[in-house]
Design a protein around this ligand. Structure first.
Ligand SMILES: [Zn+2]
Ligand SMILES: [Zn+2]
Length: 307
């Protein structure tokens, strides 16, 4: 077992115990009876009746095993803890979903790099948005298959865009949306060692393996991580939202793949590497907005300049 990752020897043993607890029909029935109940708490007798076990001794045994792990006891009976709700919802998300993929389809959005139409697909529970012409990647992020049910592909992408951007905003503010642990954000350089290719005004970036700057948000608790661009990490900053608004762009109505500042590495300038200081310059018609961040992705400076 990897002691560096989430699955250490001790978490492995605790997970095994949790799965043993859940791998029992009666206990699952108890959890879902509480999940489906109109009130938060259900009395012992009503719960027993719902599950239909009859033998109150055996029923009590199963209740005890779940208590303080997935359910808790109240004055009125039993209720689900947050972990119990999460277990029920995760199971429903995993099994009660239309898991088929969506074949690649053209978007009504142009690639910032080459001007051709972007393409999206839903593949193995991930949404992928890319440019089939120049190969630029925009998104490749998991989305639960329940998102497909009853939605058109346009609606699916809208939901995905809101979801992934909300995830990024929360991650950049230190919250892991999977386990609610603390996330920390850090600038990283990716690609082969050498000069960081940034700050060029020309936007000529034909080589996809150039070294570039990204942000990794990593959860201290579950070790879950997210990798984003600098632009994605600062997109919800009030100065960015206001700048876009003043230039006729609604930051959240516009799909993220149409917002060039989130993707174009030529708009990112590395001012210093040790410690990190990175500047993102967002172009407007007659002025630019520069947002400077440090290695922990804290905004150090925001500046508007006429061009
Ligand atoms: Zn392209
Ligand atoms: Zn986490």
């Amino acid at each position: 077992m990897n002691e560096e990752g989430a699955l250490t020897a001790s978490t492995g043993a605790r997970l095994e115990e949790a799965f043993r607890l859940l791998a029992n029909e009666t206990r699952l029935e108890i959890l879902f009876a509480l999940y489906d109940a109109p009130d938060r708490a259900v009395s012992f007798s009503a719960l027993n009746e719902r599950v239909g076990l009859g033998d109150s001794g055996r029923f009590n045994y199963h209740l005890k095993r779940l208590t303080d792990r997935f359910i808790y006891r109240t004055g009125e009976g039993y209720a689900l803890l947050f972990s119990g709700i999460a277990v029920c919802r995760s199971m429903l998300a995993a099994i009660d979903a239309d898991g088929h993929g969506v074949e690649p389809f053209a978007l009504d959005s142009a690639c910032y790099n080459c001007g051709e139409s972007l393409e999206a697909r839903y593949d193995h529970e991930h949404v992928v948005v890319r440019c089939p012409h120049c190969g630029r990647g925009f998104h490749d992020f998991p989305l639960p298959p329940g998102a497909l049910a009853g939605r058109t592909t346009e609606e699916l992408l809208r939901v995905y865009d809101l979801w992934t951007r909300a995830q990024t905003v929360l991650a950049a503010n230190g919250l892991c949306t999977w386990c609610f642990g603390r996330m920390s954000s850090a600038i990283v350089a990716e690609g082969p060692p050498g000069e960081l290719t940034t700050g060029g005004a020309s936007g000529e970036r034909e080589n996809p393996v150039e070294r570039r700057v990204r942000v990794v948000h990593r959860c201290d608790r579950c070790t879950g991580d997210m990798r984003t661009t600098v632009g994605e990490s600062v997109e919800a900053h009030s100065a960015v939202v206001a700048f876009l608004h003043e230039h006729g762009v609604d930051a959240f109505e516009t799909p993220s793949w149409e917002l060039e500042f989130m993707w174009n590495d030529a708009l990112v300038t590395v001012l210093a590497e040790d410690p990190w200081e990175v500047r993102l310059t967002i172009p407007g018609e007659d002025e630019t907005l520069s947002v400077t961040i440090d290695g922990d992705v804290r905004v150090l400076d925001v500046r508007r300049e006429q061009v």
